[in-house]
Design a protein around this ligand. Structure first.
Ligand code: ZN
Length: 233
């Protein structure tokens, strides 16, 4: 371990948000003990955990509002496995390959306030994991266990400042709040979408209104198929 890492680990110790063990920020044992999300999303949205489970709720809060960005590593590991699992069905049936990874964007104002987009950070970790897997496959000459993922965080933009969805109780109001809030940045970015398969990433989905609105814009711009993965529901 480098000197810098040693210092960082003293100042910000690696400690599981759930069990407190010094293994990772959310250890794999606690993640796998977390209850899965109930399946009431549309069939193209895949969520991992039940948001009501206190450690999941706490971890997502720390990630979003307390700058605990390292949590994206733990979440990306499990999302990556989930993506592979779902794609092993999809790719055979529907040619879901050459995937573009798109995080749900923040508005410019929110990005300035928070300084980072947690969904984008999860995407970056997903690409890292995927590159590692692809690298090791060259050695082993195996063709399973990774996919062709490309992160594009400048295609979909949030053009409207909206009330935080979490603060709106009513389903209909959430839909109205998010309507017209996304856009494809420009013609050049639009070209990248034509006939491509997209994976949208977000930390939480509740009614699916945000993901649905993003998907609508991407499909209208020419994307072939759009699916989404979130940490919690
Ligand atoms: Zn733990």
């Amino acid at each position: 371990m480098s000197f810098l890492n040693t210092i960082l680990n003293i100042v910000f110790p690696v400690k599981c948000v759930s069990c407190g063990k010094n293994e990772s920020d959310f250890c794999i044992k606690c993640l796998s003990d977390s209850p899965p999300a109930e399946r009431e999303n549309p069939e193209w949205i895949f969520s991992l955990y039940d948001y009501r489970h206190p450690p999941i709720k706490k971890a997502l809060w720390l990630l979003k509002y307390k700058g605990k960005k390292r949590l994206t590593k733990s979440f990306a590991e499990v999302i990556y496995e989930k993506i592979l699992e779902e794609l092993s069905d999809l790719s055979i049936m529907e040619n879901f390959n050459n995937i573009i990874l798109i995080p749900i964007p923040l508005s410019r104002k929110r990005m300035r306030e928070r300084g980072y987009n947690q969904a984008e950070l999860i995407c970056r970790e997903l690409v890292k994991i995927n590159n590692l897997r692809r690298g090791s496959e060259v050695d082993t000459a195996s063709s399973t266990g990774s996919v062709n993922l490309k992160l594009e965080n400048d295609i979909l933009i949030k053009i409207k400042e909206t009330e935080r969805q979490a603060r709106i109780e009513n389903r209909k109001k959430r839909l109205e709040n998010i309507l017209g809030s996304f856009s494809v940045k420009n013609e050049e970015q639009n070209k990248k979408l034509i006939n491509r398969n997209i994976i949208l990433i977000d930390d939480i989905t509740t009614t699916g209104a945000t993901l649905n609105e993003a998907r609508k814009i991407l499909k209208k711009a020419g994307a072939r198929k759009v699916i989404a993965f979130t940490v919690a529901h």
